[in-house]
Ligand binder design. Sequence first.
Ligand SMILES: [Zn+2]
Length: 338
Amino acid sequence: MPISHPSLLDNEETSEQIDPQPTYAAILRHSCEPQYAAALRLYSILDGGPENGRARRLSDCRQNAWFTRHVESGEVRVASSACHLRWCPVCCNARRNYVTHSVAEWLTEADHPKLITLTLRHTSAPLEHQISHLYDFFRELRRRKEFKAAVKGGVWFFQIKKSEKDGMWHPHIHALVTGLYLPRRRLSHMWCEVTYGSMVTEIRSIHDPAKVANDVARYATSPGSLVSLPPDDAIEMVEALHGRRICGTWGSGKGISLRPKHECEKGKWKSVGSWSVVMGLYNTSADARAIVLSWKTAIPLPAEITCNKIDEAIDKMLTGGWDEYDFESVYDHERSPP
Ligand SMILES: [Zn+2]
């Protein structure tokens, strides 16, 4: 053990006995169990059983996980296999953390940012048609001279709910925009013209960028809730949104990044052990404990510490690279201070 990194070895946490059982996937699913169960049910119905297609991919999401160490900084992050399905709550949470950060950063610099909400009159038309119309109307609104004069651009998010009162879908768009003063009456008038009769709009100034960014990031990654819907409604919603964009930027919002970049710098991250091996050794190996502690606290891990040596086959497999793995982004888990 190197004596130059006493903090990794002497910390009280190194003597803490932890349960080696939970997989990385189980830890990530813990905060979203109802959503995960609803998505699994839905994909099982759509793809003919839990062992098929997207249901299988969802079950496999994050099951392969590795502790990796950055060869220069010594930072430890977990890389894991991700399903990237739209309704996977684990993948949604990872992306949401990124979008929240990205939007909050833009909002703090934005000129008089406002939150606009645009709704349609409730109708019993098929949901797919309603969404198509909403998107067309929103595009038309952004083309209008009067709107362009007041709004310089921003970022939009689609959201959908089913009304408990009348049982109808309620698709709407939230947009964070920058620009001049725009009275709600003017916005409602313009929206009424482009939609042939929908009047309901909202516009409000933003005083708490962090909270607003968090709210809209939820829509950006999960436009509706599967948990509260009966299966037929859930299927209608999922199919109506299949292949559609649910958020986007324009004008002054163009710089906002809504998709995390692939964190894998070629050759910079090396495995220091699979999740199961490191956690399995936690109670008996100081190396395993140092890896976990480094991951939890962001204290750099010394180069010589690894659990790979007990499983050379795994080490060899990993020399192929990380192209199919997702790296935790720096926003993904709260790290304790060293
Ligand atoms: Zn996933």
